[in-house]
Design a protein around this ligand. Structure first.
Ligand code: 13P
Ligand code: SF4
Length: 351
């Protein structure tokens, strides 16, 4: 990265001292990660934000829904800053509040809403988390989806899982013993979700038709291809990948799980990793004694995570030094109150 920008970021951080706390998601660029006080997956970062009551400014190097969650979990006088407002998430954008309210009306008409517990992946807007909180549900991340679903099935007969069909299906089928037939796919662009009342009544998991454009690119061919090229390779993927990819893989887990699995792997072992490329590249550099490769032949960054670059980080920090708060992310108090209930329920899950 540009040495001038590196020096400016370091100087601005030093000038701000403990007033600023910089969080960096594992998918961020190296040039940004070097300035993170803490790195983590979305679950760890939500907890870290909640655990920093003294930091006046939380600079969130991640995407919009993560900054919203940080704002919800921090106190009113703390300010959360997203260095580039264009850092959204295509998956989170696939579930819009009005669509989810319509879906709930459909469940109500069919007579199953009272038995249904909504569960939303962290990768959703504050509006959706607020909806889930209002209806007695819970937020989950890729590291605690099973625990969240176990809890939800103690509260009701069915789950409406938002917005990532793959995390919902993979967790239900591979970790909880449900069958593929227990799951139905609700398409918000079709009347009634494209499902019959019988299908909605029979289903245990109603999966929202959303997916991650990055993890959704890995295919069964990517797995077969790497196994042919690298005999004995371990295939390790994120649960946002398609069901057939996760089923064909050797290991599946959140970004924190992936990092720990690579750290614990014996020297000389080979690993094909199906997650965002910035993280896979860093893992390969940090473990030169192991053969770490990207699962697919094509390059696969999260383009919105990559919006946060060193120039944007320097700008946000220097503005703070000058006493100006730019790109603050705020959630309205009513939405925040309900979303907080669903987030607190997640933080209180046992285990
Ligand atoms: P985790 O950080 O929960 O592993 O999620 C991955 C991701 O896609 C974040 O946007
Ligand atoms: Fe969203 Fe996927 Fe990017 Fe994560 S990796 S921010 S889920 S598009």
């Amino acid at each position: 990265s540009d040495p001038d920008l590196v020096a400016r970021a370091a100087a601005a951080k030093a000038a701000l001292g403990t007033k600023v706390f910089v969080l960096g998601h594992h998918y961020q660029r190296d040039e940004v990660i070097q300035f993170a006080d803490v790195t983590g997956d979305s679950f760890k970062l939500a907890r870290e934000a909640a655990a920093r009551p003294d930091a006046e400014y939380i600079v969130f190097c991640g995407v919009h829904f993560m900054a919203e969650s940080a704002d919800i979990l921090t106190s009113d006088d703390q300010k959360v800053i997203l260095p580039d407002l264009a850092a959204g998430c295509s998956m989170a954008d696939m579930a819009v509040l009005s669509q989810v309210e319509t879906a709930w009306d459909v469940l109500t008409e069919v007579g199953v809403a009272a038995d249904t517990v909504p569960v939303t992946y962290m990768n959703s807007s504050a509006d959706i988390k607020g909806f889930v909180g209002r209806h007695g549900g819970v937020v989950c991340t890729s590291s605690n989806a099973k625990r969240a679903l176990d809890w939800a099935f103690e509260q009701g007969q069915k789950v409406l899982f938002l917005p990532d069909q793959h995390l919902g299906r993979n967790t239900a089928v591979l970790e909880m013993g449900l069958s593929l037939d227990d799951c139905v796919l609700y398409d918000p662009h079709k009347p009634g979700g494209g499902l019959t009342p019988e299908q909605l009544r029979d289903a245990k998991m109603i999966l929202w038709r959303g997916h991650c454009s990055v993890h959704g690119r890995f295919t069964l061919d990517s797995v077969n291809d790497v196994r042919e090229r690298v005999p004995g390779v371990n295939v390790l993927v994120h649960p946002e990948c398609r069901h057939e990819v996760v089923t064909a893989a050797d290991f599946v887990g959140s970004t924190e799980y992936i990092i720990k699995a690579i750290e614990a792997a014996p020297a000389g072992s080979a690993w094909a990793v199906g997650t965002e490329l910035n993280l896979v590249r860093r893992l390969a550099l940090a473990h030169p004694d192991k053969q770490i490769m990207f699962l697919d032949r094509a390059v696969c960054y999260c383009s919105t995570m990559n919006r946060i670059d060193l120039p944007h980080l320097v700008w946000a920090l220097e503005e703070l030094v000058a006493g100006r708060v730019v790109n603050q992310i705020t959630v309205d108090p009513e939405t925040a109150r309900h979303a907080r209930a669903a987030l607190d329920q997640m933080l209180a899950l046992p285990g």
